[in-house]
Design a protein around this ligand. Structure first.
Ligand code: ADP
Ligand code: MG
Length: 246
């Protein structure tokens, strides 16, 4: 579900640059198809926040930023979703740019966590623990009639806490109407993520356990929907499956 096209020109905000009169840029933290994200600090309080600046050509009449803001606001009680604060206008090289101010998430992007792991893959248990967190969060989110729409490893921030993983989702994407279909697509994206966490397509199916292969389902939408009708089904499965006798 990656949105791929040419890279938009970057904003390159320097540290110290003021946003909306009340924030100051600390550093650049990431970028993607739609925008650029900075770690910022509220000058009056020292509170740390994130500002996502939207590329104007991917945010016609503020459609993208308003979609994202409204979605985050509706999902403000879901613990897997970043907290929305407000939108700000700023001028970059004399052009108006809209920024979405949100909670700043301490965490590692899932793709970086995978790359930093031994052999470039997580253990089967870690991967299933992350999948379980995703299933729990999606059950809540889908239960509210919503979907993510662009679930891939760069849009998931992970923090290890004890034996668990805390996940935060960023970058919800507007796929239009048809929530049920988009929720199913979120589940197929979970299967893709599981494949990626366990080594990606370069590891052939034969190197994975039978159970992992069952969960990945060849990343096929028809197979996944037959096995798991909902995120709740996936969660239930992960909480109750039988391990092979050892
Ligand atoms: N609230 C946040 N806190 C910390 N990092 C963030 C936050 N939002 C986004 N990021 C980082 O910035 C990157 C780009 O943000 P994202 O919203 O995915 O932009 P795009 O739509 O351009 O892909 C993400 O991959 C993530 O690493
Ligand atoms: Mg992104």
């Amino acid at each position: 579900m990656h949105r791929t096209t040419r890279q938009a020109p970057s904003f390159d905000l320097p540290a110290g640059r003021v946003i909306g009169g009340k924030y100051e840029v600390v550093s650049h933290i990431g970028h993607g198809w739609e925008g650029e994200v900075y770690r910022i600090i509220e000058r009056a309080t020292g509170a740390v926040r994130a500002a996502k600046l939207f590329h104007p050509n991917r945010n016609i009449r503020d459609h993208a930023v308003l979609f994202y803001a409204r979605k985050l606001e509706r999902l403000r009680d879901c613990r897997m979703v970043i907290q929305y604060h407000h939108v700000e206008q700023l001028q970059v090289r004399r052009s108006p740019v809209t920024a979405l101010i949100s909670e700043y998430v301490e965490g590692t992007r899932l793709d970086r966590l995978i790359a930093a792991s031994r052999g470039g893959r997580l253990s089967e248990f870690e991967a299933m623990a992350i999948l379980h967190e995703l299933a729990c969060g999606l059950e809540e989110l889908h239960g509210m009639g919503e979907y993510h729409g662009d679930l891939h490893a760069q849009n998931i921030l992970v923090r290890r806490r004890g034996i668990r993983f805390d996940l935060k989702l960023v970058d919800f994407y507007d796929r239009g109407r048809g929530d049920r279909r988009h929720q199913k697509d979120d589940l197929v994206d979970c299967a893709r993520l599981l494949r990626e966490m366990t080594g990606g397509p370069r590891f052939t199916a034969a190197t994975r356990s039978e159970h992992l292969r069952y969960l990945i389902g060849g990343c096929r939408s028809d197979v996944i929907s037959r096995r798991f009708q909902s995120a709740g089904d996936l969660k239930h499965h992960l909480e109750t499956f039988s391990w092979p006798a050892s």
